[in-house]
Design a protein around this ligand. Sequence first.
Ligand SMILES: Cc1ncc(COP(=O)(O)O)c(C=O)c1O
Length: 379
Amino acid sequence: MTLPNSNSIATSLPLYNFSGGVGLLPPTVISEAQQAILEVPGTRISALVINHRSQLCRDILDETEKNLRTLLTIPDNYHILFLQGGASLQFSMIPMNLWVNKNQPVDYLVSGYWSSKAIKEAEIEKKNVNIIWNGKAQKFVRVPRPDEYQIDPDAAYVHYYSNETVEGLQFENPLETGDIPLVCDMSSDFLAKPIDISKYALIYAHAQKNIGAAGVTVVIIRDDLLECIPDNIPTILDYRPHVEMKSIYNTPPIFAIYVVLLVTRWLLNDIGGLTNMAQQSQHKAALLYKAIDESQGFYRGHAQVDSRSLINVVFNLATPNLERQFIETAERLGIIGLEGHRSLGGIRASLYNSMPVEGALYLQNFMLEFQQQFKGQQQ
Ligand SMILES: Cc1ncc(COP(=O)(O)O)c(C=O)c1O
C-alpha cells in the first residue's frame, strides 16, 4: 500500500467505512433491500408500502422473530419486540416499566459515555439511582471485575452495557445478578457472538450497528417482567401492548424490520450462525490490536487489554495533529469513519458484523505504512 500525498480520493480503491454510529450492511443485504423497494420477492408489493395489518407484514415480523430465536436460542418465555425511538427510548421505557416500587433501588453500572446517559433518564423517575461502579475517575479505560461491584439484594433491576461504543470496552461475560433482573444495552455487540439469554431479563439493541438500518430497536423481554408494570404510563411506552399486539400495536417501521430480516437470513445462511460470526469478530479485532501492540507506542490503545472491545477499537496517536493526518490520509485510501467520538477524540475503528475481515486487514496495512512514514513524529 502506498500512501497518497495529494488530496484526491482514490476512487479505484475499495471503500471501508469504520464509522461507530451506524455500521455497514452486507452488500447482498443492500441489493436485496434495493430489490425489495421495487417488490418484496413474490408479492408484487414494495417493502416501502406494506400495510401493517396485512399478512405480509405479519409474515415479515414472524420470520424475523423466528430467525432471532434460532440465532440466539431464545427461550419461549421471552418476547421479542420491534420498537421505535432508538436505544435512547429504552433508557426511559426501562425505568418507567420496571421500576415499579420507588422505595426499591435500581442498580446502574457506569462504564462509559452511553451508560452515563442511560442513568439520566432513570433519574427522571426518581433521583436516587444506585451506581454500583463508576469508571469515570479512571477515564473509562476498563470494565470492572465481578468483585468490584455489589448488587443491592433489593434492587428492582441492574442495568449495564455489554459494549461501550465510545470508549471501546466490552464485558466478556454478563454480570452475575442472581435473581435480580439483569437489563443490558447490547446495541453495539448484539448478534456478534452467542449469548446465554437466560442470564438476562431484558436486552435491547438498536438496529443500525449490527443488525440493520436505523429505525427499529429490538427488545427481548422475559415474560414475568410484564406482570408488575404500572398502569399509569402512556400506552405507547408500556411494553405490554407491544407484546399483546406482537409489535403491531401501531404502525411498525416495516422497511427497517425487513432489513433486519435480511441480515438475520445472512447470518444464518451465509455466515452460518453466531459462533462463526464471533470467530470473524475476534480475527478482525486481533488484526488491529496487533498493529497497536507492536507499534512501540506509536498507536496507544485507550482500553486496558483485558477490557478491550472486539467491536470498537479506540486508540490515540501522539498528537491531535498526527491523528488528523492519520484520518485524512486514510480517507484518501478509501478508509473512512475513523474519527473518535466527539466526547473522546482520537481514533475509533468499528468492526461491526458486516465489516469483512479484508477491511480490517486493509486498515491494519494502512496503520503499518502510516507508522513507518510518520514514526519520527511520535513524541
Ligand atoms: C451502546 C449504545 N447505546 C445507545 C445509543 C443511542 O442509540 P440511539 O441513537 O438509537 O438512540 C448508542 C449510540 O450510538 C450506543 O452506541
